[in-house]
Write a protein that binds this ligand. Structure first.
Ligand code: CDT
Length: 309
């Protein structure tokens, strides 16, 4: 009997500055119901989905941004989502801004099981953007200013009868993200993203945002013999166009489900988890083929250095 996990990606359209968390949660509940109606056992929501993408705004004092963060999870606004998950018997991945009791700020995702229990937490490691104010730019990307790099690494959990890992947005562009999880035998990587289709300070690749999105996730899936479920908050949010293009990638590297719109939309796939074993036992049998004695630079050196003249 094949091991099958039915997964949904619940892409959302934009969340404007004036949208309340309660109204966003109502949208998420609607998407969760659609996913459940299609048989989904677990639903993946986007990064920082409860609010507009607030790192686009400058604040002289970062503490002014604390109102965008969640101090408890679930809190009063998010509790209905947990309750609906329990009622339907589905799990979910949720991205949100976390403010800890001792004052740390993280870009976080959680995995919640069908009983509404938080079974896993991930804090974004690769924080993109800049620290300084760019007053000439139409918007900022201040993740480096408002968040600390995650301190939990890239764990893999046994959940939904599969080996499940999480990452967030920019993490998906880094092969290290998938490989660290691949080395823990990951079978499903879940991730949410907010990706502007135009980066004012380096616009040379704007026309390739969709290609680079898929390229990264398909390569991560293929090279680590796992499924990747990548879910966008897309559409025009406060004047900034966010890439949609949510996809589910198979261990073959192929896309097996893809969003057709840039709004609220559910995609689903029945993951045959046994597919992961094909290349975990062949081309990407790490134990047999990896040559770690030649990989030392990867952990010893951060920035690239050219060869000596
Ligand atoms: N949210 C996030 O990580 N977005 C980045 C794009 C911005 S880079 C300044 C991404 O990699 O999609």
């Amino acid at each position: 009997m094949a091991r099958t996990l039915i997964v949904a990606g619940a892409q959302t359209g934009p969340v404007q500055r004036s949208d309340s968390r309660a109204s966003v949660v109502r949208r998420l509940i609607d998407l969760m119901r659609q996913a459940h109606a299609r048989g989904a056992q677990v639903v993946v929501f986007p990064e920082l989905v409860l609010t507009t993408f607030f790192p686009r705004y400058w604040a002289d004092n970062p503490a002014e941004m604390d109102s965008w963060f969640e101090r408890e999870m679930p809190g009063p606004d998010t509790k209905p989502l947990f309750e609906e998950a329990v009622r339907l018997g589905v799990g979910f991945y949720l991205g949100y801004a976390e403010l800890t009791e001792d004052g740390h700020h993280y870009n976080t995702s959680i995995l919640v099981d069908k009983s509404g229990k938080i079974i896993a937490k991930y804090r974004k490691v690769h924080l993109p953007g800049h620290l300084e104010h760019l007053p000439e730019a139409p918007w900022q990307h201040l993740e480096k200013r408002y968040f600390e790099p995650g301190n939990l690494g890239f764990p893999v959990w046994r959940a939904f009868d599969a080996n499940v890992g999480m990452c967030i947005c920019n993490d998906r562009r880094w092969p290290e993200t998938y490989r660290v999880m691949g080395l823990q035998d990951v079978e499903v990587v879940m991730l949410g993203y907010n990706t502007p289709t135009h980066l004012p300070w380096v616009s040379g690749y704007d026309n390739l945002s969709d290609f680079h999105n898929k390229l990264s996730m398909q390569a991560g899936a293929y090279q680590n013999s796992c499924f990747v479920v990548g879910v966008a908050k897309g559409g025009v949010e406060e004047g900034c166009d966010l890439l949609a293009g949510s996809v589910i990638c198979a261990p073959s590297g192929e896309i097996i489900a893809q969003a057709a719109t840039n709004g609220d939309e559910v995609i689903t796939a029945a993951l045959n988890l046994d597919m992961c074993a094909i290349n975990k036992g062949a081309t990407f049998n790490f134990g047999l083929h990896r040559r770690t004695e030649h990989y030392k630079l990867i952990v010893e050196r951060t920035g690239a250095q050219p060869p000596a003249a």
